[in-house]
Design a protein around this ligand. Structure first.
Ligand SMILES: Nc1ncnc2c1ncn2[C@@H]1O[C@H](COP(=O)(O)OP(=O)(O)O)[C@@H](O)[C@H]1O
Ligand SMILES: [Mg+2]
Length: 413
């Protein structure tokens, strides 16, 4: 057999083997992608899902490490949510500006990138490698795009084989990222619903507890005093008839007080006037009732309030004012509370101001999680329902002003 034939045969067969291996690899990648899509969509817990997405990406791309960052809209930062290999745990929850580093570039340009040698790339954040004593050599990164909006970045680092990342790797990661973004958004929505449900349960519990306390401290006490009074009256009737008149007057006073408290509670629970006569009437009745039972000076000026909003909006506005007044009474020890409504162009400005002790809003907001009180949070949410802008201004020693700016629309005749 001539040697030349044999060599070209071998070459052809090697070439064939290479192509088969290549195709096999490609099929494996696509299979992984498909499998991953299935698993992804069945996982609704966000943290688990993110870990799953990243580990699948690192596996399929035969890489050493990787990280997944999500955008925090509140601070416009990218947060390392999951980190695999490499920097490991130390990197978790680290934050970078959303235009900083290679991840920031990918995020803000919404474009994938292959970097063969990160140390030579001016975008690379060496401070992160340094802080972790991990050397990122090569990287491929893709934006997580949901409906064309970037929500994060996925990065895969250093191939196990030491080879370079290729265009194909980049395409694969993009396909991965596209699927990941959708399931991440789904999981987030799901989590929002769960959080909202839990919050509602807590609010309900709080309302019940407060109601129980008020019933206990108010009408229940009065009724118990009345029971005692009646018992006493029974004795007095025969023994000291001259005291009957005073005892009955006292009982009457207690009964009137109990009735007023129960009516106030009913009003707090569901101000009927709000639905039938609107916000202005409801506020007038509300203030009237408060005046009877409190010694703080209440000033009401709602002459401008002629608009009617939808019942939902009016209920939201009323309960914000209720909470603001309640807070002033409960926390501020004010001499005066002013409730005002002023029309300003197409806006209604509703204001609750007190001249009490004021507070440090930032501090309260920072410790909200531990505090377990939900008043301010509820105010914010109700303001959203009413499409109103809510501002709380307060300084220790300087009183508090809660301002609501409500669009006149949508109105109701
Ligand atoms: N008008 C106010 N004057 C003084 N402090 C206030 C006032 N409103 C709110 N605060 C402070 O903010 C905190 C949070 O208020 P809120 O969320 O309504 O909770 P809660 O009323 O249940 O304590 C209060 O505990 C109080 O310290
Ligand atoms: Mg409160």
């Amino acid at each position: 057999m001539p040697r030349t034939t044999s060599r070209s045969d071998i070459e052809a067969s090697t070439e064939l083997h290479k192509r088969i291996a290549h195709l096999e690899q490609r099929i494996a990648e696509l299979e992984a992608l498909q499998e991953v899509a299935l698993v992804f969509s069945s996982e609704l817990r966000l943290d688990r899902l993110l870990a799953l997405i990243l580990s699948s990406a690192v596996d399929v791309m035969k890489a050493n490490a990787g990280s997944l960052l999500l955008h925090d809209e509140a601070t416009n930062e990218l947060v390392f949510q999951v980190v695999q290999g490499g920097g490991g745990k130390a990197l978790r929850q680290k934050r970078i500006r959303s235009d900083e580093g290679i991840a920031g570039w990918v995020f803000s340009k919404r474009h994938p990138v292959i970097v063969h040698d990160t140390s030579a790339d001016p975008r690379h954040l060496t401070r992160i490698d340094e802080s972790l004593r991990f050397h990122t050599a090569a990287m491929v990164a893709a934006p997580l795009l949901y409906k064309n909006k970037p929500i994060g970045v996925i990065e895969v680092i250093n191939k196990k084989s030491g080879e370079q990342f290729t265009e194909r790797d980049q395409d694969l990661l993009m396909a991965f990222a596209a699927q990941a973004a959708v399931v991440i958004e789904n999981a987030r929505l799901y989590q929002q619903v769960v959080t909202e449900r839990d919050r509602l349960l807590i609010v309900e519990e709080q309302v019940r507890r407060e109601l129980a306390r008020e019933l206990h401290d108010g009408p229940a006490q009065l009724l118990s005093a009345m029971t005692m009074g009646l018992r006493f009256l029974r004795q007095v009737i025969t023994r000291q008839p001259d005291r009957i008149e005073t005892e009955i007057s006292e009982l009457e006073r207690l009964a009137t007080q109990a009735l007023r408290q129960v009516r106030n509670l009913l009003f707090d629970l569901r101000p009927v006037a709000l639905e039938t006569q609107g916000l202005r009437a409801a506020l007038e009745i509300y203030v009237e009732r408060l005046r009877e039972s409190d010694n703080v000076q209440l000033h009401l000026d709602v002459r401008d309030l002629k608009t009617r909003w939808t019942p939902k909006v009016e209920a939201a506005l009323f309960s914000i004012i209720q909470e603001a007044v309640g807070n002033a009474k409960k926390h501020a020890q004010p001499k005066n509370i002013w409730i005002t409504a002023q029309r300003q162009g197409e806006k209604m400005i509703l204001r609750v101001r007190d001249d009490g002790r004021g507070f440090d809003l930032a501090q309260v907001e920072n410790s909200y999680a531990q505090q377990g009180s939900l008043g301010l949070l509820n105010m914010k949410e109700r303001a959203e329902i009413a499409h109103a802008k809510l501002e709380i201004a307060s300084q220790p020693g300087k009183g508090t002003t809660v301002t609501l700016s409500v669009p006149m629309q949508p109105t109701r005749a």
